[in-house]
Design a protein around this ligand. Structure first.
Ligand code: PGA
Length: 255
């Protein structure tokens, strides 16, 4: 298998530093040594350090949920890639739909962040996804193509395999409405085709494409068995050890 499945937990604006460390510790005890699945947890900035301590020595990796594209400077309230690296983060979620819709992030800004992440040896988890109105007007693939192409502008063929793409239909995030396996596979296959056009077959085959949007233990097996679904970006179900561990097990069973 060329692509190891990846399960990433997006904890969003939840958990204090202490609560986050205790969840991370529970995960280490349950799945810290699972070699078949790559596991990344993305706590809020304020918990990165305590979580880094809790997962130290395990196979679980650390991700942030956002970052600024500059390395330092007068950007009140922002955090940079070198700062994340210094806390042992290896991944960063970029272009999440909540950042796009609630914080007005544009494709151009997401692109700058993707390039800055790669320059600093952080793996971007680049989120793309259509709204309900876009799906209903049959614009899904056009929207995905435009978001992906713009976010990846200037990313070279050698860098492409370091990028993780997360397909997150906006209408499925936190709503309990999950995309069917067929709906998701259609978009994942389309993204793989796009990556093949941009970077060639060999590089495109190495890129992990995650599904995100109400992924739960009950629906994970079917989604994860699809040819181009290489894992999940999990919100709600990542906030509790039990459900997150079940998702990791489902990913291991699907490999
Ligand atoms: P959800 O969130 O699993 O709660 O739908 C996914 C995400 O926003 O990354």
């Amino acid at each position: 298998m060329i692509r190891k499945k990846l399960i990433a937990g997006n904890w969003k604006m939840n958990k204090t530093s202490a609560d986050a460390a205790s969840l991370a510790h529970e995960l280490v005890v349950s799945v810290g040594a699972q070699p078949d699945v790559e596991v990344v947890i993305c706590p809020p900035f304020t918990a990165l350090e305590s979580v880094a301590g809790a997962i130290d020595g395990s196979l679980i990796k650390l991700g942030a949920q956002n970052m600024h594209f500059e390395a330092s400077g007068a950007f009140t309230g922002e955090v940079s890639a070198p700062m994340l690296r210094a806390l042992f983060a290896t991944h960063v979620i970029l272009g999440h739909s909540e950042r796009r819709t609630l914080f007005a992030e544009t494709d151009e800004l997401v692109n700058k962040k993707v390039l800055a992440a790669l320059k600093n040896q952080l793996r971007p988890i680049l989120c793309v996804g259509e709204s309900l109105a876009e799906r209903e007007s049959a614009s899904t693939l056009r929207v995905i193509q435009s978001q992906a192409e713009r976010a990846l502008e200037g990313v070279g063929k050698d860098q492409a395999p370091s990028v993780v793409v997360a397909y997150e239909p906006v209408w499925a995030i936190g709503t309990g409405k999950v995309a069917t396996a067929e709906q998701a596979q259609e978009v994942h296959g389309f993204i793989r085709g796009l990556l093949t056009k941009l970077y060639g077959e060999a590089a495109a085959q190495r890129v992990r494409i995650l599904y995100g949007g109400s992924m739960k233990p009950a629906n994970a097996a079917e989604l994860l068995s699809q040819k181009d679904i290489d894992g999940g970006l999990i919100g709600g179900a990542s906030l509790e050890a039990r459900s997150f561990v079940e998702l990791i097990k489902a990913a291991a069973a699907a490999t």
